[in-house]
Design a protein around this ligand. Structure first.
Ligand SMILES: [Zn+2]
Length: 267
């Protein structure tokens, strides 16, 4: 009997040691990612994917592309991609998801969503037992995870001008949350611009002249959804956005420190 207890105790010890080792290893991985992303060559399979699918990257200058690749590498080195209900996360999945995060934060000092360490991918929209509904994606700050339906991610991605982009939408949620979580990456978004954005969210959503109709109705669910929908419009139809809601567009430029109209050479 005592033998069983001792044996059980040893097993528990081994497991807790193993867990500590894994956590420690992950910390080292994250700590060294900055250096490794600078010195490791970017695999051509990654740049091939960017050249084939990623419009934003293709529009950048040579120097900005190098910067983009380095940020992409850093993101990939610090995240764990987990497949759900399918076998293996492909390079296409990793690179396009990481590239979406880099696109959104490209104007800011290097932001890597450090609070979000895991990205869960479902092949299609998934059923949540909590909400009893099908979901396309979500960001869960309590568990530090970003969840995406690959089918919906691709849908958002293949049409780059319809202002529907699940990847950008969810990354925008993650960005706002990362800005609030007290870690080494926090408080990087301009406070005044954020406040202005929230004011616009209110006035646009309560405008009797219905200027909010430029955005899909979902934007007016709350401030967080407003920001995410604004991000989708900002990158996918920036000229229409600026024409319809110029002050809000300008606030987005200040907040994200980039202007897609100039960057993507729409004019
Ligand atoms: Zn949302």
């Amino acid at each position: 009997m005592t033998g069983i207890f001792i044996f059980g105790g040893i097993i528990i010890l081994i497991f807790s040691f193993r867990n500590k080792m894994l956590v420690g290893y992950q910390q080292v991985e994250i700590k060294t990612a900055a250096l490794r992303s600078k010195v490791l060559p970017v695999p051509t399979v990654y740049t091939d994917i960017l050249n084939k699918y990623f419009y934003y990257y293709q529009k950048l200058s040579d120097a900005d592309r190098r910067e983009f690749e380095q940020r992409l590498m850093y993101f990939l080195l610090t995240k764990k991609f987990i497949p759900r209900n399918f076998k293996e996360v492909t390079n296409e999945m990793k690179v396009t998801i990481a590239a979406t995060a880099v696109q959104l934060t490209f104007g800011l000092p290097a932001i890597y969503f450090l609070h979000f360490k895991r990205i869960l991918i479902y092949p299609d929209d998934y059923y949540s037992n909590i909400t009893k509904q099908y979901h396309r994606g979500e960001v869960n700050p309590a568990f530090g995870i970003i969840v995406l339906s690959w089918r919906s991610f691709v849908d958002g991605f293949i049409n780059p001008t319809n202002a529907l982009n699940l990847g950008l939408h969810e990354m925008a949620h993650a960005l706002r949350l990362e800005n609030m979580v007290r870690n080494e990456q926090f408080g990087f978004l301009d406070e005044d611009a954020l406040e202005k954005l929230n004011e616009y969210a209110y006035t646009v959503c309560h405008d009797p002249e219905k200027s909010f109709q430029f955005f899909r109705a979902y934007a007016c669910t709350n401030e967080h959804e407003f920001f995410s929908v604004a991000v989708e419009n900002f990158f996918e139809r920036p000229i229409d956005f600026r024409n319809n809601l110029p002050a809000l567009y300008e606030t987005m430029v200040i907040l994200l420190k980039q202007d897609p109209i100039k960057l993507l050479k729409y004019e």
